[in-house]
Design a protein around this ligand. Structure first.
Ligand code: HEM
Ligand code: HEM
Length: 154
């Protein structure tokens, strides 16, 4: 059993969007505040985040309807680590856009500074998990050679 075409498309579109979320913020914070691109980069950061939320709803609904291919036959601790990583990534598809929206609201006198902290910490959490996740995929591909990466590609 493999991932459906929809599963694969949603996974990779979302991976690109996550990269954009980091790139847009990092580029805009490296530019001087009065640079013309800052406004647009920040706007496109919000659009990217809301798109992740929307695609996340679709992805979770689709995942609940269809069973996923079985996890590779790795040792139990590795399977647990994979499930935990996937679960937190799914949760962050919704939590991160919400804290982001509240950070934006804060600039208009909304909820307190805590949201900025949560959104930034969420960013680091996601970055760490994606690094572990991608390294695990590379490990399965190059060392274990069990087709885990290829079934997400085609
Ligand atoms: C999954 C979606 C998102 C991801 C992965 C993400 C990630 C990030 C990251 C990495 C930063 C930079 C933190 C830093 O400077 O250290 C950031 C900042 C920010 N994001 Fe997002 N974000 C997402 C969604 C959103 C959304 C939907 C909005 C607004 C509608 C938003 C608004 C902001 C704002 C205003 C900041 C600047 C916060 C500050 O002043 O420190 N984000 N985001
Ligand atoms: C270079 C980047 C990436 C690679 C190589 C990669 C690779 C993979 C592979 C091979 C699988 C299938 C695992 C299996 O069959 O058990 C998978 C699943 C998954 N990926 Fe990625 N991925 C990447 C980026 C991302 C990003 C940025 C996210 C952010 C949300 C993400 C979220 C997920 C989730 C949640 C699953 C689990 C699906 C499920 O069990 O329903 N991936 N990834």
């Amino acid at each position: 059993m493999s991932w459906s075409r929809l599963d694969r498309r949603l996974h990779w579109i979302m991976a690109v969007l996550f990269v954009w979320q980091f790139a847009s913020r990092w580029i805009s914070s490296a530019l001087p505040d009065d640079h013309g691109a800052v406004f647009h980069l920040n706007g496109l950061h919000s659009v990217g985040g809301y798109t992740i939320f929307g695609l996340g709803v679709w992805r979770v609904a689709n995942r609940m309807r269809n069973r996923r291919p079985p996890l590779p036959g790795s040792p139990p601790m590795q399977r647990l680590a994979a499930q935990l990583t996937h679960a937190i990534l799914y949760i962050m598809m919704f939590v991160q856009p919400v804290t982001g929206m509240l950070v934006s609201g804060e600039q208009f006198g909304g909820p307190p500074y805590a949201m900025q902290y949560l959104h930034n910490a969420g960013g680091w959490l996601i970055l760490g998990l994606i690094a572990i996740h991608a390294a695990a995929a590379a490990w399965h591909h190059a060392v274990v050679k069990d087709g885990t990466l290829t079934r997400m590609l085609r």
